[in-house]
Design a protein around this ligand. Structure first.
Ligand code: HEM
Length: 149
């Protein structure tokens, strides 16, 4: 059973991180401004729902694994252990990433059919860039945690 949970967790991670890699690549490689605008206009909302679905699954399966392996006990009783440190860092990064995702989506849906203000543009682009890099770091920490279980 727990193997199925891990399977869904890893599948969700590939979808979530893969989606962000694709959109990041589109943002850089699609230089034609009008093509970019139209791609984002059509793809944006679908991408938003797609990514939200996988992030929620990551939280559900991640917390299931977390309690199954007794990491809550390890963190409570051995807070200085390597596992606790890695998990604390991973959870902090996933927490920041989740907040950034909510902020990003809020602006995206609010300004879907209208022009963004310069501030909305900076926040929206900054958050997606940060989400992209944080994803790369999280996978690194996930492997470290797996090594210790
Ligand atoms: C963006 C969010 C997340 C991503 C991309 C992610 C990614 C991953 C990946 C790729 C693995 C497998 C590592 C391996 O097998 O080498 C993993 C394992 C794990 N994740 Fe996550 N994770 C995320 C969120 C979470 C959350 C929110 C929790 C807990 C609250 C969590 C808890 C765990 C645990 C306990 C494992 C180890 C399970 C095992 O390997 O048997 N993850 N994660």
């Amino acid at each position: 059973m727990i193997k199925a949970v891990l399977y869904v967790h890893i599948l969700s991670a590939t979808a979530w991180v893969g989606g962000s890699l694709l959109l990041f690549a589109l943002g850089i490689l699609l230089r034609d401004k009008s093509a970019q605008k139209s791609v984002y206009a059509h793809l944006g909302p679908i991408y938003g729902y797609f990514e939200t679905f996988w992030l929620i699954l990551l939280w559900i399966t991640g917390l299931t694994l977390f309690f199954h392996f007794g990491i809550d006990d390890v963190m409570a009783n051995a807070p200085q252990s390597e596992l606790s440190e890695l998990m604390r860092t991973k959870l902090t990064i996933v927490g920041i990433l989740t907040i950034l995702t909510i902020v990003h989506m809020f602006i995206a849906f609010k300004t879907h059919t209208i022009d963004r203000t310069p501030l909305q543009n900076v926040i929206s682009r900054g958050s997606s860039l940060l989400i992209f890099f944080l994803n790369l770091v999280i996978v690194w920490y996930a492997i470290g945690i797996r090594d210790l279980l």
